[in-house]
Design a protein around this ligand. Sequence first.
Ligand SMILES: [Zn+2]
Length: 187
Amino acid sequence: MKRLKAFDNLVEALESLPTIGKKTALRLAYSMAVEDGFGAMKLSHAIENAVNTIRTCSRCHNMSEDELCYICSDGTRDSSKICIVQSAKDIISIEESGEFGGLYYIINKLEYLDNIHLRKMIKDVDEIIFAFPPSIATDTMILYIEDKLIDTDIKFTKIAQGVPTGIGLDNIDSISLSRAFENRIRV
Ligand SMILES: [Zn+2]
């Protein structure tokens, strides 16, 4: 029998979040439910607002609060370079490194790749940079995409090795990521 049903539900919900273990979930739930109810209500409102507001940029699939994300609508970005990443989280990491001033395109899974959409996006582009963490799966994606665009004269590059295999870009520090961009190689 559950004696503290609402509290246990909160712990369970917190524990289901990435990086949160049982101990942290208990500590957070106690802080929210007992120590700081006001802060907890503010958090709850912020979550609801973010979930309802954030959508996908129609151009690059980045997180956005409008039709176009802040990067796609920034006229000062270099539109001749497109960096292909796997998730919006990677865009955050790359932006933090400050190394890249072009535009992005998110391709999560090959089965979701919309060829016509991608082609529209790469009009006037002279370099496509793949910023994928190295793995057999991402190498296959690079080959596949390159093959789809073989009739263009776009230069294909990927960020340099040194980015460890199987690790997401969000786990790489800004300096290493910035170096990986600088030393990108042709594919
Ligand atoms: Zn965008």
